[in-house]
Design a protein around this ligand. Structure first.
Ligand code: SME
Length: 149
């Protein structure tokens, strides 16, 4: 699944440019090529190691530009160092809403030498948009992305 897309992402990682430009290009590739990926963005762990700052993204602007570890889906993924897949965001009590249109979400941590350095966050306007294939593919993408951190 998504072999060509993966090759394009490898190209972005390996070509020249700033980290932020590469992350921005990856957001664009994922949103542009995968169905129901309506908001794609990165959160980057700050110097304190306790907060996430909004990085490059594609989609509607969000008010959640700084998220503490433990807060919302992003903060829980950071704290537990695990991928979170939420099929129906309306059923989550620890959730930060970016838009009333969002129905499901996936958050994948990015590690550098076992330390969490950032996350890839994707929102969808449809319920249960993220399947096992999405999770496996995005985890593979995130382990590749860790090279540029
Ligand atoms: N929904 C996320 C917040 C980030 S926005 O989706 C862009 C959360 O609950 O952590």
């Amino acid at each position: 699944m998504n072999d060509n897309l993966f090759i394009e992402i490898v190209g972005v990682i390996e070509n020249g440019g700033e980290k932020r430009e590469k992350l921005q290009a990856i957001c664009k590739l994922l949103k542009g090529n995968l169905k129901n990926y309506d908001w794609v963005g990165f959160y980057l762990v700050d110097e304190s190691g306790k907060n996430l700052n909004l990085g490059p993204f594609v989609g509607a602007p969000t008010e959640h530009v700084k998220i503490a570890f433990g807060q919302g889906i992003c903060g829980q993924a950071a704290e537990t160092k695990k991928t979170f897949v939420v099929d129906d965001v309306s059923k989550e009590s620890n959730y930060l809403s970016c838009s009333i249109n969002v129905r499901s979400e996936i958050v994948i941590p990015i590690f550098k030498e076992a330390k969490i350095v950032g996350e890839l966050d994707i929102d969808s306007h449809v319920q249960s948009a993220f399947k096992k294939e999405d999770k496996d593919f995005l985890e593979k993408v995130c382990s590749l992305i860790s090279k540029i951190f």
